[in-house]
Ligand binder design. Sequence first.
Ligand code: MN
Length: 748
Amino acid sequence: MHPPPTPSSGGAPRKRPVVRRKPEAAAPVPVDAAAQHDRPVSLGGLLEQISGYLSEADLQQIRGAYRFADAAHLGQYRASGEPYISHPVAVAEICADWKLDSQALMAALLHDTAEDQGITQGELVEHFGATVATLVDGLTKLDKIHFSSREENQAESFRKMLLAMARDIRVILVKLADRLHNMRTLDAMTVDKRRRIATETMEIYAPIAYRLGLNQVYRELQDLGFRHSHPMRYAVLGQALRVARGNRRDLVDRILAATTKSFSDAGIKVQLYGREKTLYSIYRKMQRKHRSFAHVQDIFGFRVIVPDVLDCYRALGVLHAQYKPMPGKFEDFIAIPKLNGYQSLHTTLIGPTGAPVEFQIRTETMHRVAESGVAAHWLYKTGTDAMAQATTSAWLQSLLDIQNENRDAAEFLETVKVDLAPDAVYVFTPKSRILALPRGATPVDFSYAVHTDLGNQTVAAKVNGELVPLRTELHSGDVVEIVTAQNSRPNPNWLGFVRTGRARSKIRHALKVSQQAESQELGRRLLARALTHQGLRLEDLDPGDWGRLLHWSGNRSQDELFADIGLGKRVADIVAARVRLLDTATDDASAVAPQRGALQLDGSEGTSVHYASCCRPIPGDAVLGYLGKGEGLTVHLQDCPQARRLFQKHPQSWIDLNWSSSVSGLYQAALVVVVNNGKGVLAKLAAAASEHDADILHVTMDDDSSSQPTIELRFLLAVRDRKHLADILRAVRVHKFVVRAYRAKSRA
Ligand code: MN
């Protein structure tokens, strides 16, 4: 299908010399990062780079992948005008910087062949084996034609990639290399495209790099993202930083000299580096603290690398003896590592000129993990990165959990975005177990993080010994205790404030399951009622009848058929008529005119029955039921105008309803009370309601109430039935300031 590769396509070095980036991780991050990565790419350069750690057989395979990719991309050019193959080679070079294995490098070279050039999975398997083909597949976006919008395609493609990455971490490493190179070469794109790709990078790829502990990649992606999403701010800030850097050079040297001496006096072996913060991190600080650049003083920091953990604390002591530490700025990420496994001591000191200077203190091993995260596994081939590995695999596992409960790709993407937020708070269980949660997390997030069952049974929470609302935001150091009740279940309102993807997806799942059970029960009752009109009883159906009925309906189980009926996807009367016809040959069940009879509501229906918010029916009212397709049963007042309109459109979707004499539960009723304006009016009305044991769910009043002689208050109450409501109305009307009080039966 593709022309055989020409031997001349590889290996020929281009004109410019190959510039190697120094792997020195602690070097200052360049202000203009892209300019530093403008090295020419060629197969020769790549092979030279990997010959240091891969075998000749590996190199042979990589040459093969290069030739294949080169042939596939022949005649294709990048927006910059370069031959397309320069991009996959550059991606492979970044992977080689991380010392990834030959399969990952081959996938890097081939990563765009399937998407852009229509190379099939089969061809890749044939030439390069199943593993490489699977890696490439994980990097390939889904075919655009199957989606109605770009957002949908993006969300679905992203989900596919994350799942592939959960199975094989190399997928995301190659993807990050791909994104890094695209970001470094973004200048060739149109302004619109640049902004879109930059935003996506900052929202998704930079946080993933952070989560995997690839801090170097994280910083570069963020800085490039900032540069392309806010080019003006980036330029202005960059200029200001260049000036400031010149001014403060001697200050850095002074601190370096002074601290070097102190460390050597104390007998601690240290490597000491000055480091400059990235433009983006300075920009973030300015935004967070609402400061101008002139007021952001800690643009420099230092990194201290010591032989072992104890030296970290000794070094800290030396620094604190030399310069005063800023109160509240010391953080011990050694005792409590960050979510991505990062460990260090952070402290901010007041330098010789009074400007704050940040120090990070860590061991060599911590430093590797800090800069390279999971990639350290390939980079150093040591077992010392167990922490990063463990936290990474826990995160990947949680992605799979979320996926299992979330079929909607857009929802999945949102969930993952929240989980990727880098800020964390650290809270404690009553038994002093420590838990890391994203900033903004609530006790509900906490309980789901501990255990799904604990989350599902949560009714209240204590923070530091005091009862708090479940929506309370947790802070580092809080001790959180969850109060549970055996039969309680998640409240849909929780979805309005939970922060973690895990809690969100667990709550949705639990709600779906309980709604399923309730729909089944409603469907069973609807079918039983419909059968009695055919002179049949549900209990009399034998397994043979069921088999034939399910065969006809296409449902896999009785419960599924019940659920379909309860959700309004099937009409009970038609199913009942079919049961009657089971023994006869005719197939035309719908020809039997449905007979109608009343279904009894007893309050046990749960979420399978909704009470229409236009008319808010309560027990005792004359009501009708509307079975919308897939929406379950909605109860309306018989004289509701909205219901009348719906009836004209879908007369076949209505069933008669009445209330069971043993109906239970609370129902929402709207009450309008017109009062003479005065002090304490609201309190007296609230007292009237509570004397009669009715909760006020909501109160509204006219906006310009103060200038009017009378005002109209609207209450939403939880009541048991019509009698209960009548009692409350009577108690309200007793007050002299009440001009009028009545139940509102329509929204207007
Ligand atoms: Mn690419």
